[in-house]
Every structure is written in structure tokens, then in C-alpha cells.
Design a protein around this ligand. Sequence first.
Ligand code: GAR
Length: 201
Amino acid sequence: MKIGILVSGRGSNMEALIHACQDGRIDGQAVVVISDRAEAGALEIARQLGVEARFMDPKSHDSREAFDRSLVDALKEAGVELVCLAGYMKLVTQAFIDAFAGRIVNIHPSLLPSFPGLCAQQQALEYGCKVTGCTVHLVELAMDSGPILMQATVPILDDDTEQSLSERLLVEEHRLYVEAVSLLASHRFTLEGRRARTDLR
Ligand code: GAR
């Protein structure tokens, strides 16, 4: 399965996915990485791993829809069948979702539907949660929403800061995202309404 990865920043989840494709844990090939931010460190990491990586400028498009149409064209040109959002901080439009119906997946650093949006780790800390986690889900129009494929929990310790919690979460994110994309690439999920099932659990 040909995989396209959308990023906006550091790219550690992208890197985990590319490594897993390259060493066979995911039965797929990362064919292109696209960033909506020129300065995203992910672009350089992808190139070093031998994956085509490009910046596409939202500002050179008249609307979010026009940008997403260009994005769809670029992904389709590369033959992409599954789109992984990996720290992609731009909201996608309906046209984008329709172009890859049921084949767009995202990772978020909270137990959705709690704490969507920015700074999810800080939101969980400030709320006083004792447990948080990460979620891999199919992408719907609203931010950080859609049928949940997999979740993992991470305890919040009394002396946690946003940084310490984010670091522990990131380890789980990398593990969970690889596992979920591996199952997706092997068509091992079925969806009944909003409930995703896999034959593994
Ligand atoms: C990750 O923690 C990811 O879960 C989060 O952004 C970070 C990107 O890090 N995504 C979201 O918050 C989506 N709403 P990375 O660039 O190192 O993968």
C-alpha cells in the first residue's frame, strides 16, 4: 500500500512510520511527505530516509479548498492510497476527506474525545487527569475527530510537566501509530458504525 504522510513540524511520528515501512513492520511504502510549513524539520528527515518530501504553500492558494485540491492532486500523482497525518496542524476540508474516504488517519496525544486541539498534554495536566494517552483515528471534518482505531494509556505522575508527559506519550505514539497503520495497510480493521474492530483483539 502506498502511503502519503502530511506533516507540519518535527516529524517524529513520520519517522517512526517510514522506518516501519522500510523494515517491513508495515506492509506499505512511504512514497511522499508533504508539509504545509517550509521550516518543518520533518522534510529533511524524510529526504535523508530516501522519501520524496515537499513543501506546499497554503498562502499561494486562494482558499483552504484550493489548497486541499492541490494536495489531493500531489498525493494522487504519487499513487497514494492511505494518508497519514503526523503532526499535521492544518484542518482538512470536505473535498480532501471525500478524495480519500475512509483512508485518512491521524494520531493525537490524548484519549479522544477528551482534549482535542493544541497542547493536548497540557490540557490533560491542567484538568488534573490521572491518566491520559494517545489515539489513532480515522479523520472526519471536525478537528481531531472520527472513528477511533486504537488508543493507548499513559499515567500522569504527580511531578509531571508538559515536557515530561509529552516525552512519555511520544514513545507510546510511535508504537501505537505503527501498529495501527500496519493493521490498516493489511486491511485488518472493520468498521461497524463508529466502532472499529480488528481480528487481533
Ligand atoms: C504529536 O504529539 C502528535 O500526536 C501531535 O503533534 C505532535 C507531532 O509531533 N498531533 C496533534 O496534536 C494533532 N492534533 P511529531 O511531528 O514529532 O510527530
